[in-house]
Every structure is written in structure tokens, then in C-alpha cells.
Design a protein around this ligand. Structure first.
Ligand SMILES: [Zn+2]
Length: 570
């Protein structure tokens, strides 16, 4: 996702408001969430001072923890079958959830935002009792479900789904011509803001059907392969989509509008594009970049991850989101990011930032996924680095180095990139920019491009379609390189400060003392230093070492464009 900081802050405020409501009402959660138009819901995002270290709320823990009633089952498939009424601004229908029990049990945890009603939950013909606790829905079974057995329940629900911020959650909007434009974007608040599911990151279904009934004349674009549409005879048409790969809950989307469709093909891969009729000509020109983007990423990582589902770009009014195989796009059909030179160094005006960034998530985020929000840098740090690789592939190494270093100014170094686990916490924005600069640093540490490109290719191939944590990444890189990179990953991801190379010159002796100042006691990172035209690689640790140098303090350079470090000279 991109440009969602506003939303993330809002989600934190929302959680806080729920907490306050719960604390003051004596209930576990308010019966109804504040409405989208309430100023109490909207306003705090701009003005409230948020405490990132504030204790997690009960709702955060229920949503974020992989608790006992989640760990006892494994998702197999969903069939989300809903009707969306643009007039009444409601959604209703069911999700058929198929799962396998991993342990004997009589209860599982699903999730649905308190703003929506649970109508009934059925196992076959049997109506199941349930307990709602903030966003969680604990479903109870009359008899023990057996480990190893598969079950399907039908979860019926209805109501007015919540819009958060300008485009978060579920939005009943209008396009510029006043026609319905309805869309979802729920990575921060969670997919259960609009449909019932096991709303966490660790477990994904293997496949999914999405059926969306909408008034005749409108088009729904969801994830996966378009299966067909059926006139229901009551003024509504059902659009059916089939996702043939694992998918994150928050990637599941519907986009309903007066879309027109055009298509292209890259080898066997179908490319489908859905835009408003007014934007068709602009889109045909701008979306031609999708081919070059896919070619670049396939060059580095291998085949597009979801070939059977195809690749789609879908116009929306917000900047964009990596909805799997149906990437949403709102970058005004122009290069850069919302009309700006995104990293300020003259490179991003050469391409459409949203096509390049959001589609990069097909490889990192959608195929290789983090198992907990805390480790979301696996999505955002990697995808930001994929932008850099795209630049290198299309425009050369020099532009790539310029581009990635344009991100330096955006790094804050206020909180570690990896957030607290198990509380649905959103990591700070540094996961994007510092994450990419760290990966660029790692390439310099490996110091062998052939090896580096093989390493990241194999890393992707090894973990594709899996949900992993940072430990898996570190272990893989250590194993494959034979290096101990753990202190590097730890320093950049779990501490706020970046390492500082301390240099102390003694002109009389013609020497320089050097060491790393870092939080990790074992931090040891080779780095190019000395003369720019003839770097030498030194091996600083956190202990002082001395070397001879003919260079004066002001002549002694460090390759800070290849390594994201500070340098202090004395
Ligand atoms: Zn992103």
C-alpha cells in the first residue's frame, strides 16, 4: 500500500475510541461504531497526538494475537457471496468458510467489525451460537470438531460497512460524473471491516470465490480470474471471480463502477484494465507501463506469481493498493507520484510510481507475505527496493543509486522498523524507505552483484506463497551467504539509529582509527572507504582499529550512497 499513514493514524485513533467507549460503557465493546460522517471519527487523525507505545487495547489484542481459537484451525477456502446496494449503502450475504481443524476443539475465532450484524452462522442446517467481543466473533460448536477433519460454515451478515478516512474500509462513493463508485481498501483496519473472515496475517486460504451482486449496468472487478456474470432477474447481476492462489484477507477487494475494459497480453499472461470511460485513452497510454514493469520484476524474481488469475489494473479515486491480481490505481495517469517527483532526484518522473510500487507487491506482500503486521517491512521495504530494481533494469545503475538515496530524506529513525508482535500494530513509515536503503546496503555487503541477484531471486522463489517472519529472512540470508548478517538485520530493523562509522585521524602518524558505533555489540560490516576512485574495503567492528592512510581527513571518503550509514570524522 502507499500513502496510508493518514489511515494508519486513524485506525489507531479508532482503536483508542473503541477502548474509551468500552472503558466508559462497561461493555466489552460499543454496540455500534461511530459513523463515517461523525466528526469524532474523522477529526482526531489530524490533531491528536498519538502515543505509539500506548498499551494495546483489548480489540488490538483480539485482532492481533494468533490466539487459541485461531491456532486450532487452518483455513482452506472462502466463498464470499454478497449483494451490494448502492442506494441503501448496505452489504449483505455470506462467507462460506472451509477449514481444517489442527486440534480437537469446540470453538473458533472469526472476526467481523462491530458495525455489521451477524445474521446467522450455520454448520449445515445447524445454527451455531456465537459470542461477539469487539471485532472478534467466537463461534461455538455443539460437538467437538476433530483434528484433521475439514468443516464448512456459512457466516451470514449484513449492514452498513464502515468508511474510515478518505478511502479506508468500504466506501460508497460517486465518480466525477455522479455514478456509483464503490471500493474497498482495508489493510490497516482489517478485512473484517466489510466481510467476516479469520482476520489475521498468518493463515491464508488456498483459494477463494468472490461473488458480488450489483445493480445491472455496473461492473464489479474483484481478485482472480473473471468466471462470468449472471443476470439475477431482479435488477441485479452477479459477478463471479475465482482466486486460484493463497490470498491475504486485506487483498480481497471489490471495485464497483461504470468501468470499461481493455486488455493486453504478456506471453501467456492476460493483462486486463478497468477504467472510467472518460479515462480510456489516457489509460491506454499510461497502462502500457505495466508490461515493462512485469518484465523487470520477472527478470529479477521469476514468473509473475499469479498467472492463472492474470494481472489487472483497476482505476480508483485513492492513490493505490496492491489488491492481489487486481491492483488498484489512482495516480492520475501521469508519472511520478500524484504529480510529484517522488524521491526528488529527477528519476521518478520517468515512470508511474503507483504502477511500479503497488504491482511490486505481487511478489512481496502478496506472494511472499509477512505472518504478522509487525514484520510488514517484508512487504513495504522489499517492494520499495523493487522500485529501485525497476529503475536499474530500465534506466541503469546510476539512476537506481540516485533514486534509492532520494529516500534518505524521508527516513525518520524514531522507532524500530519492526513493531510489537501480536497486537496488529502498524510499523512506522521507515519500513519503506529505510527498509529499501538497508537492502541496498546489504547488496554492498555481499559485494558481488551476480551473487546478490541470485540470492534475492532464490529468496523469493524459496518463500513464494508463504507467510514468514523476519527470522526466516535472516536465517535464509545467513545460510546462503555463509555470513553472519544477524547483527546487521537487527541494527537496521530493531533499533532506531543507523550505524555510525567513527573515524579519528592522526595526521602526524598518517593513520585513521575506525570503528562502528551501533546498538548491536557484534555489529561488524565491511564498507568501502578511502579514495572514491579506488575504494578499499575496510572491516570495522565496534572496537577501534587503526590503519595507515595517505589521505587527509577531508580527502577520506566513505561510500555512503552504497551503505546507509552515518560518518563522524574527528
Ligand atoms: Zn506498499
Amino acid at each position: 500500500m502507499f500513502g496510508s499513514n493518514f489511515c494508519k493514524r486513524l485506525a489507531q485513533v479508532a482503536a483508542f475510541l473503541l477502548f474509551v467507549a468500552a472503558a466508559t460503557s462497561g461493555h466489552a465493546a460499543p454496540q455500534t461504531a461511530p459513523s463515517a460522517s461523525s466528526s469524532a471519527w474523522q477529526r482526531p487523525a489530524a490533531s491528536a497526538t498519538l502515543q505509539p507505545s500506548a498499551a494495546p487495547t483489548r480489540a488490538d489484542i483480539l485482532r492481533g494475537a494468533y490466539g487459541p481459537y485461531r491456532v486450532n484451525n487452518d483455513l482452506l477456502s472462502y466463498h464470499l457471496d454478497v449483494r451490494v446496494d448502492p442506494e441503501k449503502q448496505t452489504i449483505s450475504g455470506k462467507n462460506s468458510i472451509r477449514f481444517k481443524m489442527l486440534a480437537d476443539g469446540r470453538r473458533i475465532q472469526l472476526d467481523l467489525h462491530p458495525a455489521l450484524e451477524v445474521d446467522k452462522i450455520l454448520l449445515g442446517a445447524t445454527s451455531l451460537p456465537y459470542v461477539r467481543d469487539s471485532g472478534a466473533v467466537f463461534v461455538d460448536f455443539p460437538e467437538t470438531l476433530d483434528a484433521g477433519q475439514e468443516y464448512t460454515i456459512d457466516f451470514y451478515y449484513s449492514g452498513h460497512p464502515l468508511q474510515t478516512a478518505r478511502f479506508g474500509g468500504f466506501t460508497f462513493g460517486k465518480d466525477p460524473a455522479g455514478r456509483p463508485w464503490i471500493y474497498t481498501a482495508c489493510e490497516d483496519i482489517g478485512a473484517s471491516v466489510w466481510w467476516p473472515n479469520k482476520d489475521q496475517w498468518r493463515d491464508e486460504v488456498e483459494n477463494m470465490q468472490i461473488s458480488v451482486a450489483i445493480p445491472n449496468g455496473l461492473v464489479d472487478v474483484s481478485n482472480g480470474k473473471f468466471v462470468g456474470k449472471t443476470d439475477l432477474g431482479d435488477g441485479y447481476t452477479r459477478w463471479d471471480w475465482l482466486v486460484q492462489y493463497p490470498i491475504n484477507n486485506y487483498d480481497v477487494s471489490l471495485n464497483i463502477g461504470n468501468y470499461v475494459h481493455f486488455s493486453d497480453q504478456l506471453g501467456d499472461l492476460p493483462l486486463d484494465f478497468y477504467v472510467l470511460p472518460e479515462d480510456l485513452e489516457k489509460a491506454k497510454k499510461q497502462f502500457a507501463q505495466a508490461r515493462g514493469m512485469i518484465e523487470a520484476y520477472q527478470h529479477y524474481f521469476g514468473e509473475y506469481p499469479f498467472p492463472k488469475d492474470g494481472y489487472k489494473l483497476v482505476e480508483v479515486p485513492y492513490s493505490g493498493m496492491e489488491h492481489q491480481s487486481a491492483v488498484t490505481y489512482g495516480n492520475h495517469f501521469s508519472n511520478g507520484y500524484l504529480g510529484r517527483d517522488w524521491t526528488g532526484v529527477g528519476v521518478s518522473p520517468k515512470f508511474d510510481f503507483i504502477i511500479i510500487h503497488e504491482s511490486g507487491h505481487e511478489w512481496f506482500g502478496n506472494s511472499v507475505s509477512a505472518a504478522d503486521r509487525s514484520d510488514m517491512w517484508i512487504h513495504e521495504g522489499w517492494t520499495t527496493y523493487l522500485e529501485v530494481l525497476y529503475v536499474e533494469y530500465r534506466f541503469g545503475h546510476e539512476d537506481a543509486i540516485k533514486y534509492v538515496n532520494g529516500y534518505r530524506a524521508k527516513v525518520q529513525n524514531r522507532e524500530p522498523i519492526i513493531a510489537e508482535r501480536g497486537i496488529a500494530a502498524t510499523p512506522p513509515q521507515d519500513m519503506y524507505f529505510k527498509g529499501a536503503l538497508f537492502l541496498n546496503t546489504l547488496r554492498s555487503v555481499v559485494n558481488d552483484d551476480v551473487r546478490w541477484f541470485a540470492l534475492i531471486h532464490d529468496f523469493y522463489q524459496h518463500f513464494k506463497y508463504q507467510n514468514i517472519m523476519t527470522e526466516d529472512v535472516v536465517q535464509y540470508f545467513n545460510q546462503q551467504t555463509g555470513m553472519n548478517l544477524t547483527p546487521l538485520f537487527e541494527q537496521y530493523l530493531r533499533h532506531t539509529a543507523i550505524p555510525t562509522l567513527e573515524l579519528k585521524f592522526s595526521e602526524a602518524d598518517g593513520t585513521v582509527d575506525y570503528r562502528w558505533q551501533a546498538d548491536e555489540p557484534d555489529f561488524a560490516m565491511p564498507i568501502r572507504a578511502g579514495k572514491k576512485t579506488d575504494w578499499q574495503i575496510i572491516q570495522p567492528t565496534t572496537y577501534w582499529q587503526t590503519m595507515k592512510t595517505p589521505l587527509q581527513k577531508n580527502e577520506f571518503d566513505v561510500a555512503t550512497d552504497l551503505y546507509f550509514v552515518n560518518v563522524s570524522r574527528q
